[in-house]
Structure formats: structure tokens, C-alpha cells
Write a new protein. Structure first.
Length: 170
């Protein structure tokens, strides 16, 4: 299932128009990374799955991109990028796959520029049903919000049909 409307809402709410961005967790096809690159961003997408890397590269070869897309093998909780390297860091539907969410969010803020944004969108209870994931009674979303409050100057929270979105100023 493709959640294009969710990706559009997150990008619109962020007010980002261009820049160098990192996408945490490519998933089956690199959908968020491709979406951002199609919209003119210079994107690095990461995942810890070689299958996700392979599939994302294949999809990128077929796509018409206004920006650029590079995909690479990397763990979200141990990013090999420098401090303050990206204008924005995205995680779209990937936090529920990450073992150490606290460390991953800390890494997202570390590699984000001082005036940049950290954007996280993950499934709420309805989203878990739609995507046929085991519900967690909002425990992950509460944990994400708690961790974000330790790092962010400002947090905007948006609920959509399937997601809770966090837009954070570093």
C-alpha cells in the first residue's frame, strides 16, 4: 500500500522547498526518498537491508527526478555522516522497525543542521490496522514524542488518517 497523501501532507507541513535531506529507512521501494527527489530535493536514503537498497536503486533508475537520490546501507542508530550535514532528516514509517529509537532520533538531530528540521511520521492505531501491523497502543508514538521533546526547540504534531507526524525544529 502506498501512502502518497501522507508523504504530501508531511512535506507540505514542513514548508521545505529544497535542500539536502536524509531519509531514514527506505522500506520496500524507497518511496519517501523517491518522492523527495521527484520534488527537487537532493536525497540520501539509508536502510540496513540490502534488499531495500537494491529495490530503491531499481525504482530510482525508472523515475524522473528533479533532484538527486543516492541510497546506501547504514543503520539509523549509528549514522556515519558528519554533524550538521543535512537541511532536514526524515523518517517515514520506519521508527517501528528500529530497535533503538532513542539513539536513532539522537543521530537524526546530530546530523541535522542547526536551523534544520527533523520530521518523523509513524503509524497510529488506525494506521496499524490499515497496514496490518500489530498495534502497540500508541506506546511508540509516546516514546518518540518524549525523546523529541529532549532534542527539539519546537514540535508540531499532526494527526492524519493513518499517521502521527512530528515536525521538529532543531
Amino acid at each position: 500500500m502506498d501512502d502518497l497523501s501522507g508523504r504530501k501532507k508531511l512535506l507540505k507541513a514542513s514548508r521545505l522547498k529544497r535542500g539536502r535531506v536524509l531519509d531514514i529507512g527506505l522500506g520496500e521501494c524507497g518511496c519517501m526518498s523517491l518522492f523527495l527527489a521527484k520534488n527537487g530535493f537532493d536525497v540520501i536514503g539509508i536502510d540496513n537491508s540490502t534488499k531495500a537498497i537494491h529495490n530503491s536503486r531499481k525504482e530510482a533508475e525508472k523515475a524522473k527526478l528533479k533532484g538527486t537520490l543516492e541510497v546506501m546501507l547504514c543503520n539509523a542508530d549509528n549514522l556515519f555522516f558528519d554533524n550538521d550535514e543535512f537541511d532536514a532528516v526524515f523518517s517515514y514509517h520506519s521508527m517501528h522497525h528500529i530497535e533503538n529509537v532513542e539513539r536513532a532520533i539522537g543521530e537524526m538531530f546530530r546530523v541535522c543542521k542547526a536551523d534544520g528540521l527533523v520530521l518523523i511520521s509513524d503509524l497510529h492505531e488506525n494506521g496499524h490496522k490499515v497496514y496490518d501491523h500489530e498495534p502497540d497502543r500508541t506506546l511508540l508514538l509516546e516514546k518518540i514524542e518524549e525523546i523529541l521533546r529532549q532534542h527539539a526547540k519546537e514540535i508540531k504534531i499532526i494527526n492524519t488518517k493513518n499517521n502521527m507526524m512530528f515536525i521538529c525544529k532543531k
